[in-house]
Design a protein around this ligand. Sequence first.
Ligand code: NI
Length: 140
Amino acid sequence: MEEGISRIGVSLPKSLLDDFDNIIKRRGYSSRSEAIRDAIRAYIAEYRWLESEKGEIVGAVVVIYDHKIHGVSDAIINLQHEFSGIITSSMHVHLNRDQCLELILVKGEMEDIKRLVDRISVIRGVLNIRLISAMKELKD
Ligand code: NI
Protein backbone atom coordinates (compact mmCIF):
# COMPACT_ATOMS: atom_id res chain seq x y z
CA MET A 1 0.00 0.00 0.00
CA GLU A 2 1.16 3.52 -0.81
CA GLU A 3 2.89 5.37 2.04
CA GLY A 4 0.49 7.66 3.91
CA ILE A 5 -2.66 6.17 2.41
CA SER A 6 -5.31 4.69 4.71
CA ARG A 7 -7.96 2.26 3.56
CA ILE A 8 -11.41 2.49 5.08
CA GLY A 9 -14.53 0.39 4.78
CA VAL A 10 -17.84 2.25 4.75
CA SER A 11 -21.37 0.86 4.98
CA LEU A 12 -23.91 2.73 2.83
CA PRO A 13 -27.49 2.20 1.71
CA LYS A 14 -27.40 0.74 -1.82
CA SER A 15 -29.52 3.56 -3.26
CA LEU A 16 -27.05 6.15 -1.97
CA LEU A 17 -24.11 4.35 -3.55
CA ASP A 18 -26.04 3.96 -6.84
CA ASP A 19 -26.74 7.70 -6.93
CA PHE A 20 -23.10 8.45 -6.16
CA ASP A 21 -21.85 6.05 -8.85
CA ASN A 22 -24.22 7.53 -11.46
CA ILE A 23 -23.02 11.04 -10.72
CA ILE A 24 -19.32 10.23 -10.73
CA LYS A 25 -19.73 8.30 -13.99
CA ARG A 26 -21.39 11.32 -15.62
CA ARG A 27 -18.69 13.60 -14.26
CA GLY A 28 -15.99 11.37 -15.69
CA TYR A 29 -14.26 10.07 -12.60
CA SER A 30 -12.04 7.09 -13.36
CA SER A 31 -12.36 5.60 -9.90
CA ARG A 32 -14.76 5.65 -7.00
CA SER A 33 -11.89 6.28 -4.56
CA GLU A 34 -10.92 9.45 -6.38
CA ALA A 35 -14.52 10.71 -6.27
CA ILE A 36 -14.83 9.91 -2.56
CA ARG A 37 -11.57 11.79 -1.87
CA ASP A 38 -12.97 14.85 -3.68
CA ALA A 39 -16.28 14.58 -1.82
CA ILE A 40 -14.46 14.45 1.53
CA ARG A 41 -12.31 17.46 0.54
CA ALA A 42 -15.47 19.40 -0.40
CA TYR A 43 -17.05 18.47 2.95
CA ILE A 44 -13.96 19.66 4.84
CA ALA A 45 -13.78 22.90 2.81
CA GLU A 46 -17.44 23.66 3.50
CA TYR A 47 -17.04 23.00 7.20
CA ARG A 48 -13.93 25.19 7.39
CA TRP A 49 -15.79 27.98 5.61
CA LEU A 50 -18.61 27.65 8.14
CA GLU A 51 -16.08 27.77 10.97
CA SER A 52 -14.38 30.90 9.64
CA GLU A 53 -17.53 33.01 9.17
CA LYS A 54 -18.16 35.39 12.03
CA GLY A 55 -20.45 38.23 13.04
CA GLU A 56 -24.08 38.95 12.34
CA ILE A 57 -25.63 37.47 9.24
CA VAL A 58 -28.96 36.81 7.60
CA GLY A 59 -29.42 33.51 5.88
CA ALA A 60 -31.46 30.48 5.02
CA VAL A 61 -31.01 26.98 6.35
CA VAL A 62 -32.39 24.42 3.90
CA VAL A 63 -33.01 20.99 5.38
CA ILE A 64 -34.17 17.91 3.52
CA TYR A 65 -35.29 15.03 5.68
CA ASP A 66 -37.16 11.75 5.64
CA HIS A 67 -40.26 12.36 7.73
CA LYS A 68 -40.86 8.61 8.05
CA ILE A 69 -37.88 8.28 10.37
CA HIS A 70 -39.41 8.33 13.82
CA GLY A 71 -38.94 11.58 15.75
CA VAL A 72 -37.21 13.63 13.08
CA SER A 73 -40.05 16.16 12.52
CA ASP A 74 -40.45 16.73 16.26
CA ALA A 75 -36.71 17.12 16.73
CA ILE A 76 -36.52 19.79 14.01
CA ILE A 77 -39.52 21.67 15.44
CA ASN A 78 -38.15 21.49 19.00
CA LEU A 79 -34.83 22.93 17.83
CA GLN A 80 -36.64 25.79 16.08
CA HIS A 81 -38.34 26.65 19.38
CA GLU A 82 -35.03 26.43 21.22
CA PHE A 83 -33.41 28.76 18.66
CA SER A 84 -36.42 31.08 18.24
CA GLY A 85 -34.20 34.08 19.03
CA ILE A 86 -32.39 33.75 15.68
CA ILE A 87 -35.19 32.29 13.52
CA THR A 88 -37.40 34.79 11.73
CA SER A 89 -39.64 32.33 9.89
CA SER A 90 -39.80 28.89 8.38
CA MET A 91 -41.57 27.11 5.59
CA HIS A 92 -42.36 23.45 5.16
CA VAL A 93 -42.67 21.73 1.77
CA HIS A 94 -43.78 18.10 1.37
CA LEU A 95 -41.49 17.06 -1.49
CA ASN A 96 -42.84 13.59 -2.09
CA ARG A 97 -44.19 10.62 -0.15
CA ASP A 98 -41.17 10.39 2.16
CA GLN A 99 -39.19 13.60 2.00
CA CYS A 100 -39.78 17.07 3.37
CA LEU A 101 -37.95 20.32 2.89
CA GLU A 102 -37.77 22.81 5.74
CA LEU A 103 -36.62 26.31 4.89
CA ILE A 104 -35.57 28.20 8.00
CA LEU A 105 -34.75 31.89 7.71
CA VAL A 106 -32.22 33.06 10.25
CA LYS A 107 -30.83 36.37 11.45
CA GLY A 108 -28.24 36.60 14.16
CA GLU A 109 -24.72 35.76 15.21
CA MET A 110 -22.99 33.25 12.96
CA GLU A 111 -21.86 31.36 16.04
CA ASP A 112 -25.50 30.69 17.06
CA ILE A 113 -26.57 29.85 13.52
CA LYS A 114 -23.67 27.38 13.22
CA ARG A 115 -24.80 25.75 16.46
CA LEU A 116 -28.34 25.37 15.04
CA VAL A 117 -26.96 23.87 11.78
CA ASP A 118 -24.76 21.43 13.71
CA ARG A 119 -27.66 20.33 15.92
CA ILE A 120 -29.94 19.71 12.93
CA SER A 121 -27.18 17.90 10.97
CA VAL A 122 -26.87 15.10 13.49
CA ILE A 123 -30.60 14.29 13.71
CA ARG A 124 -31.29 10.84 12.32
CA GLY A 125 -33.39 11.17 9.17
CA VAL A 126 -31.83 14.46 8.04
CA LEU A 127 -30.55 13.77 4.52
CA ASN A 128 -29.04 17.11 3.63
CA ILE A 129 -28.56 20.55 5.14
CA ARG A 130 -27.23 23.75 3.57
CA LEU A 131 -26.70 27.18 4.99
CA ILE A 132 -26.92 30.04 2.54
CA SER A 133 -25.69 33.19 4.20
CA ALA A 134 -25.46 36.84 3.36
CA MET A 135 -24.03 39.72 5.34
CA LYS A 136 -26.65 41.64 7.26
CA GLU A 137 -25.69 44.97 5.75
CA LEU A 138 -23.84 45.72 2.58
CA LYS A 139 -21.87 48.94 2.35
CA ASP A 140 -22.32 50.69 -1.00
NI1 NI B 1 -43.67 17.25 4.96
